[in-house]
Design a protein around this ligand. Sequence first.
Ligand code: GAR
Length: 195
Amino acid sequence: MRRVAILISGGGSNMEALVRDMGGDHPARAVLVVSNVPGAGGLAKAQALGVPTAVVDHRDYPTREAFEAALTQALRPAAPELICLAGFMRVLTAGFVAGWEGRMLNIHPSLLPKYKGLNTHARAIEAGDAQAGCSVHEVTARLDDGPILGQARVPVEPGDTPDTLAARILPWEHRLYPAVLRRFALGDKRPVLLP
Ligand code: GAR
């Protein structure tokens, strides 16, 4: 059974989808949810699901390295083997990422390699793209880069706003990330393509 820590910053709907999937014959178990934002909605969701939580508030630390040292301390007792970033909105340093190479996943709300960074849905609409979606990838030192482990595509509809497009994509995030984690936990890195 692979031990999985999930890092969040917000509502934690992807975290919830991952935790709910990790039962029964699933090859992994959620052992800890960490938020860098105190009071993030996902913390209460994790507790309700019976998963231990921790908060490491990045504002308490003078540098990214100091924040990450505290994050490492918070993770250690749970002894995770894999990390899933799920709406975790801090950039991690190359040093931290190197320590988790091949063992850290992220979900990003665009069809990577398009639209790394923020405001992905607005950028897809602005560009006139016919399709948008989400990607799960291995985390490497470069932001929103790294081998793609799965993607889900949805149409961009006439009149879409960033909010309507996000609402169409989010349920696919909740299908894609658990599907990728199931495979990845068994060492299978072949991309999951949805729908
Ligand atoms: C999700 O849409 C996720 O793809 C995105 O934040 C949202 C978190 O929602 N992640 C990023 O933008 C990462 N750069 P959630 O907290 O409900 O899972």
